[in-house]
Design a protein around this ligand. Structure first.
Ligand SMILES: [Mn+2]
Length: 236
């Protein structure tokens, strides 16, 4: 069985989410042959050189899972888009591009964090463009850790106050953008996170959109194997 999760938003504190997620990883090899993490595993990521107890525990548990034979994949979220090659090699996770397509039992499954579909939020898309180019990333990663932490905190509080003034539907995915992508690529199942609005939606042509939930009061995982799928939630 394959497991798909996103939006765990781990912080450097021991809260329910960190406990529940470490617990999930400890048991994951019983259930999954592959685990796909579709972004925002961490609440923020300022570079692979940062270390704290949350990060080291997650790394340890991910690499143990890989040792147990579970294949691990990651797609960047908007919060942890700076996760890089060192994190990937420390944990044996493979980083995939956004909109990666997997072919499974004659089904095409497209994976995304989901923010690329939020095309109505033009301020956010502008910000994303500015921060996802190699020169911005290079100059950010050159700064000392404490300065990067300060910038990340500042970005988070600015985005929080900007988002509180935006109408809800602006921050949701644009249905047209989703449908176009599904139809153009002949996708059977699109799986994404980001919006924190979990749902399974069927399109007229039989394609399915799965939106993963964020780990707050509940944890969420989409489970898929050849003859069934299920968007599962569990109390944490
Ligand atoms: Mn997100």
């Amino acid at each position: 069985m394959l497991g798909f999760i996103s939006d765990i938003h781990l912080e450097p504190i021991e809260n329910n989410r960190t406990l529940a997620f470490n617990n999930f990883l400890e048991k994951a090899s019983d259930r999954y042959e592959a685990l796909y993490i579709l972004g925002d595993l961490f609440e923020y990521w300022i570079g692979d050189d940062e270390d704290n107890l949350t990060i080291s525990n997650i790394k340890k548990n991910l690499s143990r899972l890989a040792d147990q034979g579970v294949r691990l994949f990651f797609i960047h979220g908007n919060r942890d888009f700076l996760i890089g090659n060192k994190f990937a090699s420390d944990t044996n996770i493979r980083i995939l591009d956004d909109m990666h397509i997997i072919n499974l039992n004659n089904k095409k499954i497209m994976l995304s964090h989901g923010d690329a579909f939020c095309t109505d939020d033009t301020d956010y898309q502008k910000f994303k463009n500015e921060t996802r180019n190699s020169s911005w990333i290079k100059s950010f990663l050159k700064k000392p850790l404490d300065e990067r932490l300060f910038i990340a905190d500042d970005m988070r509080s600015k985005s929080k106050s900007a988002n509180s003034n935006k109408p809800e539907n602006i921050m949701d995915t644009n249905p047209k953008a989703i449908e176009e992508s599904v139809i153009k690529n002949e996708i059977d199942i699109l799986i994404h996170g980001h919006t924190h609005r979990p749902e399974v939606k069927y399109f007229a042509n039989g394609s399915v959109k799965v939106v993963l939930g964020s780990w707050e009061d509940k944890g969420w995982v989409f489970e898929y194997d050849s003859n069934h799928f299920d968007l599962r939630s569990f109390v944490i």
